[in-house]
Design a protein around this ligand. Structure first.
Ligand SMILES: [Zn+2]
Length: 282
């Protein structure tokens, strides 16, 4: 059937079988004969450096539930949760400490009914829920984080300060540090012919008033640019600063953000960008 949803409704094992875990990944369907008749590796993007795991290079005809990623076995298969489960949740137990036994995929994967998954709520229309992930409708990273933390504030079971600190620790800080480190050892790349350069070619260098340096590609006269831009590194800085202002974050994590912010300022300058010589001779 067809759906308005920007997604595909299917058994969890089918999603796991094609290596997507339904957390907002991009997905596609290719009709069988189209794949056999018209597919060519030549249509794939340049994959010299990227992984090939997203390319449709494997054709499976049988879905063996024993072969899918075992995270898909963690889904409950029951039609309802027992009362004792709800009672245990009032004690704020960790999921792995709950004593009530609830059947999950792992319990039946080697039985004769490995695909039998129940559901808890009846619906008259399968696409009654959101038809698109909220994540793609929000443009700015700061909108995404404030939406996520906004839900945390509304939910009693969630400590939004902990969520905020996790977000910084697991996502923003490693990202900023990683990009900062790669920035100083990065390659240059021609946007037209994709030739890589270990440093800026000396041909026709220009430095824009913004301080942005570009050069002309010796191979094709295209524009040679940095592979990791200032924007890439700074992307999570403002959201991080907003978070340490608004939430109770431990001093250690808070100081890491402030130190990183100072490092970024010393590398890229404060609000006024560094001037290029061209500005004065131009
Ligand atoms: Zn080029």
């Amino acid at each position: 059937g067809f759906t308005e949803a920007k997604g595909i409704y299917a058994h969890p094992y089918w999603h796991a079988g094609k290596r997507r875990n339904a957390d907002g990944d991009e997905d596609a369907i290719l009709l069988l004969m189209d794949g056999l008749l018209n597919f060519s590796r030549d249509f794939l993007p340049d994959m010299t450096e990227a992984a090939t795991m997203d390319a449709p290079l494997i054709l499976s005809t049988v879905l063996n539930p024993d072969e899918v990623d075992d995270e898909a076995w963690a889904i409950e298969t029951v039609d309802e949760y027992p009362l004792s489960f709800y009672e245990e949740t009032t004690e704020y137990k960790k999921p792995w400490n709950i004593e009530t036994d609830i059947e999950i995929g792992e319990d039946i994967v080697h039985s004769d009914r490995p695909y039998d998954h129940g559901y808890t709520h009846e619906t008259s229309n399968i696409e009654d829920g959101p038809t698109q992930s909220e994540y793609v409708t929000l443009d700015e990273m700061s909108e995404k984080t404030s939406a996520q933390l906004g839900i945390g504030e509304k939910l009693k079971a969630v400590d939004e300060n902990k969520v905020a600190e996790l977000l910084l620790n697991k996502h923003f800080i490693p990202d900023i540090k990683g990009n900062l480190r790669s920035f100083s050892s990065q390659k240059m790349r021609c946007v037209d012919c994709n030739t890589k350069f270990r440093r800026v070619p000396l041909t026709n260098q220009t430095i824009a008033p913004s301080g942005k340096a570009t050069a002309e590609c010796p191979q094709c006269d295209g524009k040679v640019l940095l592979t990791i831009s200032e924007g890439t590194i700074k992307k999570y800085m403002q959201p991080s600063k907003d978070i340490i202002d608004e939430y109770e974050i431990s001093p250690y994590v808070r100081q890491q953000i402030l130190v990183l912010n100072k490092t970024l300022q010393s590398l890229f300058g404060k609000d006024n960008r560094q001037s290029g010589l061209k500005q004065f001779t131009g």
